[in-house]
Design a binder for this molecule. Structure first.
Ligand code: ZN
Length: 392
């Protein structure tokens, strides 16, 4: 179940706790590249929209680089935007979006994930791409590039996926690059879904600084984006905070340790204690149910601890809550803020950090994971356009 590089995912699609290596030469780096980047940190890749008219380079699967340019440099007379898609594969549902050159979400589909193994996964991704392309009136080869976020270990070289337990994918690598590339005829990038959701959050909130994304689903993990670039650490495990033990008397975690953060602060933790989802728990707590209030305060107290851990380690401008539990929306944010405010009340130092003010949440239906995957695809095109790099 576990290997030396990361914890296994037991979560739904938006709550992965796995190694966040991401493929593609865009804003993701191999370990060696990351090591190099620590020595001399490059500027973030230019995000230059690719202006390609549909039917003018898409049908044969090629990006018409002659049409490249900034969105502000003459696209008005070419109203058809370049289209890229992002797919966020979860343990129960898969979301796909198409974004245009301005990053606008112009089509979205949601379908159930076929979790029967490799064939099911590829069928789900293919179906999502066909449907979402249809939403903008094209076939999949009308998409200039595709990004895919998956819960599991991703090989940065070929998009190979392993250890996505919710997708019934184990130690045998499943290649995602090749079948998707055959479908769209263009470049494909595959990455860890939490990291791509962090990228989507950075995109959504328009932050150039440090954006942290805290995915709270069945499991718990964080992702970081620094000036538009995913920061995954030297070995891709940055943000794997769900498997930090916080309760020495707690439950045995799937990872083998005792009392991991995700055993007390996750959708699974709530499900063990409350006969409903996070939304119903928070609603009952607000209505005065004493059990619900206790569970809410304990879970959100641990989430506040996670926010503090993130803030005091990487000092982000914002911590965006995401994942299935975050679908509870504003009541969850308020409960976490309240817990942070209680912590601050006891310490002028903690109060000076302004933690409660940094916590926020994406709007309902924002599909940050899929948007981030699409953003990665767009960055991949920009890199290829700049450097004429071979497609991966
Ligand atoms: Zn654990």
């Amino acid at each position: 179940m576990f290997d030396q590089v990361g914890a296994e995912d037991d979560s739904d699609g938006l709550s992965v706790v796995d190694v966040p290596l991401v493929t593609g030469p865009s804003n993701f780096h191999t370990t060696a590249q990351r090591a190099a980047s620590r020595r001399q940190r490059p500027a973030p890749p230019p995000v230059r929209p690719i202006v390609t008219a549909l039917g003018d380079g898409h049908g044969d699967g090629h990006v018409d680089r002659g049409d490249m340019g900034s969105a502000s440099a003459g696209t008005s007379e070419r109203p058809v935007p370049p289209l890229v898609a992002g797919v966020d594969v979860g343990g129960t549902k898969t979301l796909a979006v198409v974004i245009d050159a301005r990053g606008e979400d112009v089509a979205q589909v949601r379908l159930a994930t076929d979790t029967s193994g490799p064939r099911g996964l590829i069928a789900t991704i293919s179906e999502a791409l066909v449907e979402v392309a249809e939403g903008v009136g094209v076939t999949p080869d009308g998409l200039a590039a595709v990004g895919i976020g998956v819960p599991g270990l991703v090989d940065p070289r070929d998009g190979g996926l392993r250890h996505a337990v919710n997708l019934d994918i184990g130690d045998t690598t499943v290649s995602l690059h090749d079948p998707v590339r055959r479908l769209i005829g263009g470049p494909v990038t595959v990455g860890n879904d939490v990291n791509l959701a962090a990228l989507g959050a950075a995109e959504h909130f328009g932050r150039e600084g440090i954006v942290a994304y805290l995915s709270v689903g069945t499991g718990l993990a964080a992702g970081f984006v620094v000036d538009g670039t995913v920061f995954a650490g030297a070995h891709g495990v940055a943000g794997e905070i769900g498997h930090l033990p916080v309760d020495p008397y707690g439950a045995i975690c799937e990872c083998g340790q005792t009392g991991c953060l995700e055993t007390v602060a996750s959708g699974a933790a709530i499900a063990r204690r409350w006969p409903g989802d996070a939304g119903s728990l928070l609603a009952a707590a607000t209505a005065g149910d004493r059990d619900a209030m206790t569970i809410r305060d304990e879970v959100c107290g641990y989430l506040a601890w996670a926010v503090a851990l993130i803030a005091q380690t990487v000092d982000p401008d914002v911590v965006v809550l995401g994942g299935g539990v975050a679908e509870a929306g504003q009541p969850l944010v308020e409960a976490v803020r309240a817990a942070l405010t209680r912590r601050a009340a006891a310490s002028p130092f903690v109060a000076s950090l302004g933690l409660a003010e940094r916590v926020t949440i994406g709007p309902p239906g924002a599909a940050l994971g899929a948007v981030g995957a699409a953003r990665a695809a767009r960055d991949l095109l920009a890199i290829e356009g700049d450097h004429d790099a071979p497609r991966t």
